[in-house]
Design a protein around this ligand. Sequence first.
Ligand code: SF4
Length: 439
Amino acid sequence: MSKTITDVVCPFCGTLCDDLIVTTDDDGKKILGVDNACAIGAEKFVHSSDHSHRVTRPRKMQEDGSFKEITYEEAIEHTATILAKAKKPLMYGWSSTSCEADSVGHEIAELCGGIVDNTAAVCHGTTLIAVQNVGIPSCTLGEVKNRADRIIFWGCNPAHAHPRHMSRYSIFPRGYFTGKGAKQRKIIVVDPRPTDTSTLADVHLQVEQGYDYELLQALRAAIRGEPLVGDVIAGVPKETVYEAAEILKSGRFGVIFFGMGVTQSLGKDHNIDAAICLTKDLNDYTKFSIVAMRGHFNVTGSGQVLGWQFGFPYAVDLSRGFARYNPGETGAIEVLKRQEADAVFVLGSDPGAHFPMRCVKEIARLPSVAIDPHITPTTEICDVHVPVAFVGVEVGGNCYRMDNVPIEARKVVEPPEGMMSDYQFLSAVLDRVKELKAN
Ligand code: SF4
């Protein structure tokens, strides 16, 4: 007979939906169905449950570029040895795993004098810098559902990247003070292109590519009723800017959701400084909050754990025996570009697919280990690939939603026989590094 598991957490995007219903076969090995998830979330569960295409044992690259299976014990020894020998290993990723695993990995980095960086390096690192500059008036997604009647999506497209965000929290749900759901909300989308999210908007501010900062500052001026210079600001007619400002001021509770379209476009952290100041200005007229649309399901948790352990959320350099933080100098991309690292360890991300080619070549040149349930561009250029159980499917663990709410991900099926979790693997590496450092 099949089993039904309720309140399952989806380990795909930063929305961390926690209302999934997963049906498994009676011995808890195969997932038969997933209810409530979006297509990408459901696919992660179904795909992980099909073991026929998975690598289930560590693999070591041979001289001809092919891979040969090795044991977990050999992989632990190899990883511990390269990290213990290295003077400045880069330990990157940490966003698609649990906080518990992050914590152990950071301890290894501290012992080895490494650089610890997470995927904020290529997404919301600029947000973290802006928050340190000007603070952040934020709220939970539950407050958005129950209170928000003005929503801005700036530089993000949740219809594709966070598919249930709009139905669970931001546009459609009926909450305590938002009983009419979407009818009660006004939506503003800021994006240079028409998108599936902008089709749902009351106002689409089609900002000129790279001019978000100008539009943010124009909105701040328009909210205060100050005159705007010129008929068109950042590609948007002046009247539309005033119209948007009035919509925002007339709400009872509003929120700005923003994504990589504004964090990684021209202006970077200065754009987010301005977006946070816009939120602050709006609080002179109504209640307003701002929330980053985080991508990987636990990238927020990775920043939290780094914050508890070292005081900084990403790009932490431990090579001098204490924590240094200077994004632009101590981040993974800069360290690889300057050829400063002498070993690379990747877990819970895929820099081989997302980093500049110069950095990818550097990873391929250095002694390297990649920990990932999948075969990815990164695992294909690293010396050793260690497959691990899927966090949130085959092993539980703590994760943080995009609004910094911690949620415990659940195990729903057994991993392939004999497969380690990343927490188990890292713990074994940590023990071995301690032994090697003691000798
Ligand atoms: S919106 Fe994100 S967390 Fe929710 S089901 Fe889809 S992929 Fe999973």
